[in-house]
Design a binder for this molecule. Structure first.
Ligand code: DHK
Length: 156
């Protein structure tokens, strides 16, 4: 990795630590560590450094967004269940300087009606749903593309 490469942050919300074990018929058999490895490879290919996190706590996710808000080339967020409930995470995302992409492993529009509403979708740059864990890689590639096109976000 190039020193001072732009950073892409990947934030994961509640229960995603149990990926692979949790409802595998819905979320698949890959673990969160498999997703982290995929993100690492994709970030490297896009010339980005990866900051990968997971939390089951809403305030911790808000704090992470605050910490990263001026420091990253982009954020990929799967806020999991908080997508459908959290005005606090929405408000935090709205102050991030860089593009934010919302990802869901499953097609939330093909599931229970409450999953069809996201508090985040209208404050983010893009949304990727129903592409499995590959959605994370697509989102990172997109951040890499936007970062290369934005002056001042590439390495010196
Ligand atoms: C993950 C979750 O944990 C759910 O609460 C969301 C999302 C969907 C996903 O598909 O990645 O409703």
């Amino acid at each position: 990795m190039t020193p001072n490469a732009p950073v892409v942050a990947v934030l994961n919300g509640p229960n995603l630590n149990l990926l692979g074990e949790r409802q595998p018929e819905v979320y698949g058999r890959e673990t969160l560590d498999d997703v982290r490895q995929l993100c690492l490879r994709t970030a490297r290919d896009a010339g980005l450094e990866l900051d990968f996190r997971q939390s089951n706590h809403e305030g911790e996710i808000v704090d992470a967004i605050h910490e990263l808000r001026h420091a990253v080339a982009g954020v990929v967020i799967n806020a999991a269940a908080y997508t459908h409930t959290s005005v606090a995470i929405r408000d935090a995302i709205a102050v991030v300087d860089a593009p934010v992409i919302e990802v869901h492993i499953t097609n939330v529009h093909r599931r229970e009606a409450f999953r069809g509403h996201s508090y985040l979708s209208d404050v983010v740059e893009g949304v990727i749903v129903g592409c499995g864990t590959q959605g994370y890689a697509l989102a990172i590639a997109r951040i890499g593309h936007l970062s290369a096109a934005r002056p001042g976000t590439s390495s010196p």
